[in-house]
Design a protein. Sequence first.
Length: 487
Amino acid sequence: MHENRGMNILESVAEPAQAAPQARQRPPTVGFVSLGCPKALTDSELILTQLRAEGYETSKTFAGADLVIVNTCGFIDDAVKESLDTIGEALAANGRVIVTGCLGAKAGDAGGNLVQQVHPKVLAVTGPHATQEVMDAVHRYVPKPHDPFVDLVPEARAEFRGTAGIKLTPRHYAYLKISEGCNHRCTFCIIPSLRGDLVSRPIGDVLGDARALFDSGVKELLVISQDTSAYGVDIKYRTGFFDGQPVKTRMLELCDRLALLAEPYGAWVRLHYVYPYPHVDEVLPLMAQGRVLPYLDVPFQHAHPDVLKRMKRPAYGEGGERNLERLAKWRAICPEIVVRSTFIAGFPGETESQFETLLQFMQEAQIDRAGCFAYSAVQGAAANSLPGMLPLAVREERRARFMAVAEAVSAAKLQRRIGATMQVLIDHAPALGRRGGIGRSYADAPEIDGRVRLLPPEKASKTLKVGEFTRARIVATEGHDLVGLPV
């Protein structure tokens, strides 16, 4: 049977050579827009890798493309509006649009699909992490230009799941998604209704992707999921295999193996979306040893136990006091640790006293980097039906007050960096850095934290190159950023 299949392939390849030569047709082009969080970005990378593997060309513009794909976000109202506006722009400029992503899974007021209600002319709508459904829709409207089993696959290697095939990040850093979905049912969040319950990726696949990314030149690996601390919970920490060796599907073992893979390349491993479960403590020694970046992105959301209870946050009864103890323990194990977090101000029923508790927590917790959202009444969120919905003006005013405290804490901590020499990963360096450049320290995740503005090196022989590390002496601060002199 295999022999017959091989003969059929050879015959189908040979036939066009006997026909009259024809002008080579232009490959079909697909315009692509990716909106939302890094988890959506990795979905986009998967789709783009598959498009390239099948011979489609891709474009960042709508005009002239045979088709446009818009990967959407549907988490908060502003993101929904941006996604719907982008779909409208694509329809106006091109007319042939496929929609995917979180907004594609969202219901409208009448109970049908929201995207199709607002934009009935879209060709197809899918939810998140739906690469095959997207490709099926693409094939329906723009047939495949060639057979991937016959023709050579483009330079993106087939074993990549997307993070290292077609990448939407710069070459020197990449996101590594370890799971999809979430088991929590926080009342302000609709992610489980869009992305489903937690599904952990096999640890062998995750580690294989990581190694491929390091091989491709990645110097910073950003581990992402909806709940990184819960990795493996859904499969009861099942033992998987990597390079023929057994490895538990669990956060500690994952971090240890990622550190081993990163070490020969001198690369960074950064952890995002880490819920503060007790077992996170086990990872801190890896940070203290310099094997994993001493950086944790922890979504605390609030500090008052009653607000956390209404939010249905994990271990809500502990409140800010227990998290202060946890932070103190982490800093005792790893004094260099940097903690970033996100919070919600003006949650339904939040009293002024409860909000003051949050401000006091910020002062005591000394969170290095903090973001805050005024509560957004996202359609479908259970919190919308809670009593005590606050006026938008009050929510926004509390958010502003929170950020004033958070920025003061952050600025004071940045001041303490002056005089220190830090390792900096270079993101931008025109003319080999002769006029300076832009980079990030271990304390700065791309896009969401601060940067290090690098001054022109004093030594003429010193050059800066994107994707490489340099040592820099911190000489000043600029808002959320540091100023460093390469040494």
